[in-house]
Design a protein around this ligand. Structure first.
Ligand code: ATP
Length: 248
C-alpha cells in the first residue's frame, strides 16, 4: 500500500544539536501510527519538519502523492495535513463555536473577523456537530479560556477536524487530561480514524494509550530512529526499554 506520509532520510539540526538524524518513517493511509521516545529524542522536531514549520537540512517528505519538503504550514494544511500541540493554541477570549469557525476551510482573513463576518450556516452546523462529538456541546457558547486544560485540548482536536483533514499529527493528546477522560478521548480518536477515515500519527508518553491505539509504533532516541514494530514488538524491545531507562 502506498504510504500517505513518507519521510525519507530527514535531518534537522539546531546549531550543534542534531535533533533528527536520517529519520525515515512511513504511515499507511487509514492507520493509526505511534511515535514514542524519551524526552528530547526529537519527536516534536520531526512533527514540525513534516508540517512545514521549519525547513529540513536533508531528506524528503511526501504526503498524499505530493512532494512537500519545501512547502510551509498553510500549503501543507491545504493538502489536508495538520498538527496539534502539547500546549493548546486556542483563542481564549472567543467562544468555543467561534474558535471552531476560525478553523473552517471557508473562513478568510484574520481570526477576529469571525466576530464581524457572516458565518456560513453550514460552518456553524459543523462546528456544533464536532463540539457534540468531543463532548463540549453544552459549553459551546463559553469562552474557550474558561475551559479546563483537558477541555481545551478536546476543543483544539475538534478545531483540527473542522477543515476535514486527511491526516492529523497529534502531539501528546492525552497529556494533562484527567485520567477518567482518557478512555473517552481514545474512543474519539479511534472513531475519527475508523468513521471519518483520518490517518493519525500520534506522539504519546502514556504507554497504555499508545499501545492500545497504534497499529505500528516508531521509537526515537537521541534524534535517531531506534525501533519500529507492532506494539507487542516495541514493548518487548530491549533497545526501547534501555532508552526509556536512560541507558545508552
Ligand atoms: N528550536 C530549537 N532550538 C534549539 N534546539 C531545539 C529546538 N527545538 C528542539 N531542540 C532540541 O532538539 C532536541 C529534540 O527536541 P524535541 O523537542 O524534538 O524532542 P521531543 O522528543 O519532542 O521531546 P519531549 O518529549 O520532551 O517533547 C532537544 O535536544 C531539543 O533541545
Amino acid at each position: 500500500m502506498t504510504p500517505i506520509l513518507e519521510v525519507a532520510g530527514v535531518r534537522k539540526t539546531f546549531g550543534g544539536v542534531v535533533a533528527n538524524n536520517d529519520i525515515s518513517i512511513q504511515v499507511p493511509p487509514g492507520k493509526i501510527v505511534g511515535l514514542i521516545g524519551p524526552n528530547g529524542s526529537g519527536k516534536t522536531t520531526l512533527f514540525n519538519s513534516i508540517v512545514g514549520y521549519h525547513p529540513v537540512d536533508a531528506g524528503s517528505i511526501r504526503f498524499d502523492g505530493n512532494e512537500i519538503t519545501q512547502l510551509r504550514v498553510p500549503e501543507i494544511a491545504r493538502l489536508g495535513m495538520l498538527r496539534t500541540f502539547q500546549q493548546t493554541r486556542i483563542y481564549g477570549l472567543m467562544t468555543c463555536v467561534q474558535n471552531m469557525q476560525i478553523s473552517a476551510r471557508t473562513t478568510q482573513g484574520a481570526p477576529w473577523q469571525v466576530m464581524f463576518n457572516r458565518i456560513p450556516p453550514e460552518d456553524t452546523e459543523r462546528a456544533e456537530a464536532l463540539l457534540e462529538f468531543v463532548g463540549l456541546y453544552a459549553k459551546r457558547h463559553l469562552r474557550a479560556g474558561d475551559l479546563s486544560f483537558g477541555q481545551q485540548k478536546l476543543l483544539e482536536f475538534a478545531m483540527a477536524l473542522m477543515s476535514e483533514p486527511k491526516m492529523l499529527l497529534l502531539d501528546e493528546p492525552t497529556a494533562g487530561i484527567n485520567p477518567t477522560l482518557i478512555n473517552g478521548l481514545m474512543d474519539r480518536l479511534q472513531r475519527v480514524n475508523a468513521d471519518l477515515g483520518v490517518t493519525l500519527l500520534v506522539i504519546e508518553h502514556n504507554m497504555r494509550v499508545i499501545m492500545n491505539l497504534a497499529e505500528y509504533i516508531y521509537c526515537l532516541a537521541h534524534g535517531e530512529l531506534l525501533a519500529f514494530g507492532k506494539p507487542d514488538e516495541i514493548r518487548n524491545d530491549q533497545r526501547v526499554i534501555d532508552a526509556y531507562l536512560g541507558a545508552h
